[in-house]
Design a protein around this ligand. Structure first.
Ligand code: UT7
Length: 330
């Protein structure tokens, strides 16, 4: 019997129309376009309207796949949504997404691993496919970061944006798809990037709201250092383990948190700039959505058999790298 690999067979995305540019932010906080561009690479980000949840974007991204693949939603076995901004606590956003896209034979659950949520989701979905248990899994990375950003905090509001990207994972019997993964976490640094209140440790009170403890906080400098060393380390591990030289790698698809982090990672890996995919200038950091949004934006470049390295780092801390052989020509 041939080995089963999990391969990506379609991609979809959704981005809200509303744009928040660096010039717009100059009017809100003490910052400027030159600083944001040179320190992060970001020019603008998308913002979803108030009153609409992350599921709205996830549903559109999944529906884009259903339409492009002419997929019968009843064939979908599982819907996974990687997000840290679910519509509501206690209910999985994925369950709602599955219902709304007509996947009534599927079950759905969320993965909470911040910026590494999509990679952890790839790992989870791949295991289900490789085992032979399921054949069609929709994995979505979606975050409405504007719902947890304090727009008076220039350390965070310049970075984050909203968006969703989705992939369809199916079995492959010819050796394409996910080849290897290297995933890690370290919770001892969780205070460096977190939302303090609203969880079981510090439930919501009038004071927690007044003290702005429901917004995302980060110690940017410290997170930056950990992001560079861990993302580079994971990427090097995956290359060495699979005997990949920089020449063997066709594309680096790295989490879009800061252009300087991506540059440092690709330099350490020895990957040339033209192989390093970026769209951070257009969307900022969309947390779980950055990697599938890259796949969507650059899908037409990928060729069957291309060696692609995914890499991510995020709150938790969570990080990792994955090696995938692209499975189709666009
Ligand atoms: O996706 C999850 C993981 N998250 C990340 O990977 C984010 C990692 N961190 C970062 O991307 C960067 O640390 C930031 C973009 C958040 C900040 O960049 P930085 O180069 O680390 O800046 P900094 O915090 O060290 O600040 C440098 C200077 C300071 O001024 P002084 O003290 O040197 O006079 C800040 O006050 O820049 C100032 N500054 C700003 N100036 C204009 C900080 N934020 C801003 C701003 N606009 N928005």
């Amino acid at each position: 019997m041939k080995n089963i690999n999990a391969s990506i067979t379609a991609v979809g995305s959704f981005l809200p129309e509303k744009i928040l540019s660096n010039t717009d932010l100059e009017k809100i906080v003490d910052t400027n376009d030159e600083w944001i561009t040179s320190r992060t690479g970001i020019k603008e980000r998308r913002i979803l309207d108030k009153g609409i949840g992350t599921s709205h974007m996830a549903i559109q991204a999944a529906n884009a796949i259903i339409e492009s693949k002419k997929l019968d939603p009843l064939e979908i076995d599982l819907v996974i949504v990687a997000t840290i901004t679910p519509d509501m606590h206690a209910t999985a956003t994925a369950a709602y997404v599955a219902s709304e896209i007509g996947a009534s034979n599927a079950f759905g659950f969320d993965i909470s691993a911040a910026c590494s949520g999509f990679l952890y989701g790839m790992s989870t979905a791949s295991a289900f496919i490789e085992s032979g248990r399921y054949k069609k899994i929709i994995l979505i990375g979606a975050d409405k970061m504007s719902s947890i950003v304090d727009y008076s905090d220039r350390n965070t509001c310049i970075i984050f944006g909203d968006g969703a990207g989705a992939v369809l994972l199916e079995p492959d019997y010819e050796g394409y798809g996910v080849q290897d993964e290297y995933l890690r976490s370290n919770g001892s640094n969780r205070n460096l990037l977190r939302i303090e209140a609203g969880g079981s440790q510090t439930p919501t009170t009038k004071e927690s709201v007044e003290e702005k403890k429901h917004f995302i906080y980060q110690d940017g400098k410290n997170v930056f250092k950990h992001a560079v060393s861990n993302m580079s380390d994971a990427s090097e591990q995956i290359m060495n383990r699979n005997n990949l030289t920089p020449l063997d790698v066709n594309y680096l698809v790295a989490h879009q948190a800061n252009k300087r982090i991506i540059d440092a990672t690709s330099n350490r890996m020895g990957i040339k700039d033209e192989k390093v995919l970026m769209n951070i200038h257009r969307y900022g950091n969309t947390t779980a959505a950055t990697i599938p949004l890259l796949l969507f934006d650059f899908e037409s470049k990928f060729k069957k058999g291309d060696n692609i390295i995914f890499a991510s780092f995020g709150a938790g801390f969570t990080w990792g790298a994955m090696y995938l052989k692209w499975a189709y020509n666009h």
